[in-house]
Design a protein around this ligand. Structure first.
Ligand code: WTA
Length: 666
């Protein structure tokens, strides 16, 4: 499918060289270093005995039955961590804090978009989860059953995740911005028995309905050949929007949860019990259900949250802005911070509603000390200008984090100066849905930071940058990022597709046994890592992963489209933007304006996949650049989309086609 080679990724060479010459360095502020949880010694401890190091981190959790084995890697790439141990993930995130006397500590400082608020303590959240666990069991949900969660950012969403895993069931959270079709595909792939949703949630000043999409996803299965697996839909009332009701199937949360018993003993499950499935875009049209299990995932989530976000649970107010529909929301909203007993902000809405300073108002209101967000958000704030954050008191912030895509040095410096008051360390954290938790990052209070570089692997993590043959490339050279040793929170597979798991991540460097991440990277002379974007057909738009193929499939599913090619073009705000080149069937061309068709197709993709996948531009063209073997040369289309001179066209079947396309998109 792809004509890309590892070195022809999105970042032009000149820019990479410029990045590698970055010589600004920021030493940890002494007062931060004095109280930092991370220490330099962690690196030495981990390299002295990696497995003993992870075992020690795992023992920070509560084990109903302690493990005696650490890692079983006898059947790569199928790893088992702490396999003979037993624990309950929800118990670790809730009950044990209450039992330790911290039940009155606030777990969630929830802020609704319209400005309503709720404070939920650990004792209250524990109660709610126990009640819901009883309700779920009453609905016949048991160990290993799958539950789809399609919810706004409200406390019930976090409670839903924890109640599902408390009883040994498996959740599949589907981002609330996904369409009914995307939801349906995920429900079907996992064979979900229950959907937990809300009537709607607030987004951009109005109620964005969710229940109607669930209804649509579950409607009219007759004749589709798909066996309906969903027995019930549990609905939280949030948006107060009118919803349709299917008697017998639909249940209001408020009719069953408050009434349920709050007595629920947490049962112990084996460490390798499946915890959740999270779908993410791959290089084909079909999203992959990434499978995570319990003990190893929780160990690395809690540990990295503690040392990278420097969580002091008694004093910090932590805020990770990610939606629970993405891995960042799983690991650094639900599991990591709650396992650590942290107090965190949970915000329902968009950053600019009802005014562009909304986030900074929240930081001021709650005295947020640690902020973890995405470069795309930082860049859009940069665009609005520093006068907006300057209206708020941000002096409580002592640590800033970045995740989801490379952060360019300019955005990094702006984040430091304008948001961090020139003192707060910034941690740029690299990881993936598949890695489950942070893999590469500075340690705040320990590492001298460098704008634009994610820097070094965490203690206990081994990575390298290699060429196509798996050979270490050495400093200054570009290559592919690999993980060379198994890690506790690694994915355990792709739901229902073990072959695809092996092919996608392990076949490329089978001889060496390396995990292939799909990211291009370079090492500088200090051994710091610079991430250069994806080397496959995966785009990264506002920190969200989208597949070019998936959007192409959506485009050709429209009756007007004959052929389509999609590329991720650099975009100042969103990192990459979706740009589509579409060939329209002649009859439609005669009847419609190109502009009208472009708009129709943009909206169509939004409906098919979700608004995040909507192309920034849809260019109607007469032809697409193809090699003689018929492969679309996306590299050339990217040149056009980014307004560059078109690169080498000699391998094209018809070399004139690019000048025609260039003329057509002007
Ligand atoms: C990219 C998000 C550079 C990368 C946690 C990766 C990054 C993909 C960074 C995973 C970073 C994430 N610097 N690139 N700090 N963090 N990425 O699965 O391309 O949504 O492969 O997980 O985001 O995206 P995912």
């Amino acid at each position: 499918m792809s004509d890309q080679t590892p070195t022809s990724n999105q970042t032009p060479r000149s820019q990479i060289d410029h990045l590698l010459n970055e010589d600004r360095r920021f030493a940890p502020p002494p007062e931060f270093a004095a109280n930092a949880i991370a220490t330099e010694e962690l690196y030495a401890e981990a390299s002295a005995d990696r497995e003993a190091f992870w075992a020690e981190q795992a023992r920070a959790l509560h084990w109903h039955k302690p493990f005696t084995e650490v890692l079983d890697w006898s059947n790569p790439p199928f790893a088992q961590w702490f396999a003979d141990g037993e624990l309950n993930v929800a118990y670790n995130c809730l009950d044990r804090h209450v039992e330790a006397g911290n039940g009155d500590r606030v777990a969630l400082l929830w802020e609704g978009e319209p400005g309503d608020e709720r404070r939920v303590t650990y004792a209250e959240l524990t109660d709610e989860v126990k009640r819901l666990a009883n309700v779920l069991q009453g609905l016949g949900i048991g160990e290993g059953d799958r539950v789809a969660i399609y919810m706004p950012m409200i406390p019930e969403a976090v409670a839903a995740m924890l109640a599902v895993v408390r009883i040994g069931a498996i959740h599949s959270v589907v981002f609330g911005g996904f369409s009914a079709d995307s939801l349906r595909a995920r429900i079907d792939d996992a064979g979900a028995k229950l959907v937990i949703t809300a009537d709607g949630g607030y987004r951009k000043g109005k109620v964005s309905p969710l229940k109607p999409a669930v209804d649509m996803a579950l409607s009219d299965r007759n004749g589709s050949g798909v066996q309906e697996t969903v027995e019930h839909v549990l609905v939280v009332k949030r948006g107060e929007n009118e919803v349709e009701w299917t008697d017998g199937r639909d249940i209001w949360w408020h009719d069953v949860v408050p009434q349920a018993s709050a007595d629920h003993a947490a049962k112990a499950f084996p460490a390798e019990n499946p915890l959740f499935i999270l779908y993410t875009s791959g290089t084909t049209g079909k999203p992959k259900g990434i499978l995570h299990t319990s003990g190893g995932y929780l160990t690395q989530s809690a540990f990295t949250n503690k040392i990278v976000h420097d969580i002091h649970p008694e004093t910090d107010v932590y805020w990770c802005t990610a939606d629970i529909g993405w891995i960042t929301g799983h690991t650094y909203v639900t599991y990591g911070p709650l396992a650590n007993g942290a107090t965190q902000v949970l915000y329902e809405g968009t950053p600019d509603t009802p005014h562009p300073g909304r986030w900074w108002e929240i930081v001021q209101k709650y005295g947020v000390t640690i902020l973890y967000t995405a470069p795309t958000a930082i860049r859009s704030f940069m665009k609005i200008g520093r006068s907006v954050p300057k209206q708020f008191d941000l002096s409580s912030l002592r640590l800033l984090g970045s995740v989801g895509e490379p952060i360019n040095p300019e955005a990094w410096m702006w984040y430091r100066k304008v948001i961090g008051g020139k003192t707060a360390p910034i941690v740029d954290t690299w990881w993936q849905t598949e890695t489950g938790a942070i893999m590469v990052s500075a340690l705040p209070g320990v590492t001298e930071t460098k704008p634009g570089s994610a820097q070094v692997p965490l203690p206990g993590i081994s990575i390298d940058v290699v060429d196509e043959d798996g050979t270490h490339v050495g400093s200054g050279n570009g290559g592919l990022l690999v993980v060379t040793e198994p890690w506790p929170s690694m994915l355990r597979g792709i739901w229902g597709d073990p072959d695809r798991f092996v092919e996608t991540y392990w076949d490329k460097f089978r001889a060496q046994g390396y995990y292939f991440a799909g990211d291009g990277a370079r090492l500088d002379d200090d051994g710091d890592v610079w991430f250069l974007g994806r080397v496959d057909d995966v785009m990264n738009v506002s920190g969200h992963r989208l597949s070019t193929t998936e959007i192409e499939s959506a485009l050709v599913a429209h009756e007007a489209t004959a052929e389509a090619a999609v590329v991720g073009a650099s975009d100042e705000t969103t990192g990459q933007a979706v740009v589509a080149f579409v060939i329209i069937k002649q009859s439609y061309l005669n009847e419609n304006s190109a502009e009208g068709l472009s708009n129709t197709l943009r909206l169509w993709v939004g409906e098919q996949i979700g608004p995040i996948a909507r192309p920034r531009d849809v260019y109607i063209v007469g032809e697409l650049p193809k090699t003689r073997s018929g492969k679309i040369m996306r590299r050339l289309l990217r040149d056009v989309a980014e307004g560059r001179e078109v690169g080498d066209t000699t391998t094209l079947a018809d070399t004139a086609v690019m000048s025609v396309i260039s003329a057509q998109v002007k």
